[in-house]
Every structure is written in C-alpha cells, then in structure tokens.
Design a protein around this ligand. Structure first.
Ligand code: F6R
Length: 240
C-alpha cells in the first residue's frame, strides 16, 4: 500500500482527483467505484472544477456506488442517490444510464445479484474510492466475524447509525439496514483510493494500516490488495 500524506483536506482531495482525471484521460470509458459521506465531497468538487475547466470528460465513464440505504426512496433527500446527484452527478456530464447505485427498494437477493452482474458486465471497477468508517467499515461492511464477499444486505452498526444521524432529523430516522458491495467486490477493483481526513480517523486508520488484518477492522483487508493508494491528511496520519 502506498500512503500519501497530505497537508490538509484540500490537498488530499486535489491529489485523489488528479489520479481520477489521469485515469479518465487515458481511458474515457473507465469504470469508477464511488463513495458517499463527508470525506469525498472535496474530491467531487475538484472533479467538478476540472470538468468546468474542460480538463476532464465524464460522458463515457461508468460509475458504481458502494452502497445505499434500504427502504428509502431514491428521491428522499437522505438517500445516497440524492447525495450523488447533488454532490457530483448533477454537476458533470456523466450519462444517467451509466451511473449505478444499489437498489434499496427491490427484494434483497434480487438487488444484490443484479448489482454484482452489472459490475461484471462492465468488466469490473478501474478505480474504487473509499472512505473509512469510525469502526473501520468500508462501504457498509461493518466489523463482523468474517469478510462478506459479495454485494449483500447489512444491519448497520449502532455506531454507524449514530455517525450518520447528522444528516437526518433524528437517530430514529436513520435506516437500520443498507445494501453494500462486499469486501470481495471491492477487492477486485484494479486500483483502490482510500481517503481519510481529520483527527477523528487517526486511531482507526492506525488499526487498519498497522494492526492485525481482521474482519473486526474491515479496512485492514486492503493490505492484501496490491494496488491501494491511501491518500490521507496530516491529522488522520498522525498515529501511523
Ligand atoms: C459511504 C461509505 C462509508 C463511508 C464512511 C466514512 O458510501 O461507503 O464507508 O465512506 O462511513 O464516512 P465519512 O466520510 O462521512 O466519514
């Protein structure tokens, strides 16, 4: 794993964006795996700025998001569909038919199988962007007894629901389950960019990058991938 320590959030976002712009310059039909949450917002803003400067074109690229809440309408302002539309897709020239999000409303087995098939049909993910949860989750793969391989439905950890409650009217309004790419799905990506910023992520980043590889810290599995770029700010890297 290569770790790139940046001075601040802006530099982290700029560096990650440069990798993605480079990938799309070489292959405009690349397949991007995308994350939601606070961490990648700066990256998306950098990519939007690059698009506005005509430095990048998204018209041929294909995207797959990591996860979506269950039983929430795509039009709900807290859905990850809405998040992506507001923070990225609605502000670039990606074709709506080329963007994919797990279907939180369809019957679980069908939604999971369809998502895996769609990723395979696209010939896998070229670059997967990841944030890291306070408990070490990637996507919504929560600490568990093993590493879930494929796209699946997951009960959200209480810690995750509390962390995400900041986007909802109350903790009760946060969905209790979600559909997420599996660890195996993520690990098949050809390049993974792990982003982490802020002092709050320092301890979990230390456990993921320096502690034992264990499903209790799902992000620790990334050390078995041969092409991971961890792009982190100074605060998040302070315990490495
Ligand atoms: C979101 C996702 C999550 C987040 C993680 C960190 O699609 O997959 O794993 O990356 O919860 O969230 P933030 O960035 O809000 O700290």
């Amino acid at each position: 794993m290569r770790v790139i320590c940046c001075n601040d959030y802006e530099e982290m976002s700029r560096k990650a964006a440069a990798v993605i712009v480079g990938q799309l310059t070489v292959n405009c039909g690349s397949v991007l795996g995308l994350a939601t949450g606070s961490t990648p917002i700066g990256l998306y803003q950098e990519l939007i700025d690059a698009y506005n400067r005509r430095a990048v074109d998204f018209s041929e690229c294909v995207t797959f998001n990591l996860d979506e809440y269950r039983e929430i309408e795509p039009s709900d302002r807290n859905s990850y569909h809405s998040f992506m539309e507001n923070n990225f897709f609605g502000r670039i020239n990606v074709r709506p038919g080329n963007t994919h999000m797990p279907d939180g409303l369809a019957p679980a087995d069908e939604a999971c199988a369809r998502y895996e098939e769609a990723i395979e049909r696209a010939r896998g993910i070229d670059i997967q962007v990841l944030g890291i949860g306070n408990n070490g989750h990637i996507g919504f793969n929560e600490p568990a007894a093993d590493f879930p391989v494929k796209t699946h439905v997951v009960e959200l950890a209480e810690e995750t629901r509390k962390a995400n409650a900041r986007f909802f009217s109350s903790l009760d309004a946060v969905p209790k389950s979600a559909i997420t790419m599996g660890i195996g799905t993520i690990m098949k990506s050809r390049l993974i960019i792990l982003l982490a910023n802020g002092a709050g992520k320092a301890e979990i980043l230390r456990r993921a990058l320096c502690g034992p590889v264990t499903p209790e810290v799902p992000a620790s599995i990334l050390r078995f991938h041969n092409n991971v770029l961890a792009v982190v700010d100074r605060e998040a890297s302070s315990l490495l």
